[in-house]
Design a protein. Sequence first.
Length: 194
Amino acid sequence: MERHFYWVRLADVPHWLLETPTRASGEPFDEPWMFTDGHVLPGPGPLKAQISHPGQRRTFLFAGVEETPIGSAEVADVFRTLAPDDVQLFPVSIEGESERHFVVNAIKVVDAIDEARCAEVRHYREGTFPEFAGQYRWIYGLRIDPSKTEGAHVFRLTKFKTAFIVSEDIKHALEQVGNLGLSFEQVTGPPEPH
């Protein structure tokens, strides 16, 4: 039986906006993308995130331009229980909030993109951004090969780390938590019709 996976994205629903997490002192990290780069991090120490727009509070969302995943304690429990080897969870305090939240750092990167089945693939043009040579600029109708996911439940994709991918088990457990500011786009199975 084929395993199904989903690209987790910010949903088009009312939600609060959080800034990229910083050190508790307010000092930004030298590499603000570190929570979305798909590798194990040394403990960053106490973190905080400011609210940049006070809309409706959600249990899971993506913060800042870097789209750092931040979830409530219940969301963290889903990842801790179902994907303990796939993520690091770092406590982050959110301005004015007493509830605990966590940065969810996906630490696995897998080479599973099925480019032939994606609706449209855009690469970085040669010479425009040399640091991104060989990577995907964007993918529409993303499709992955589940046989190449190495048993992971949460991961980023080689050459397209923008995508935060979860298994169907994680998706269902997050939906049970509820009040998500997210959408789930299936990335396995037959391609969507145009």
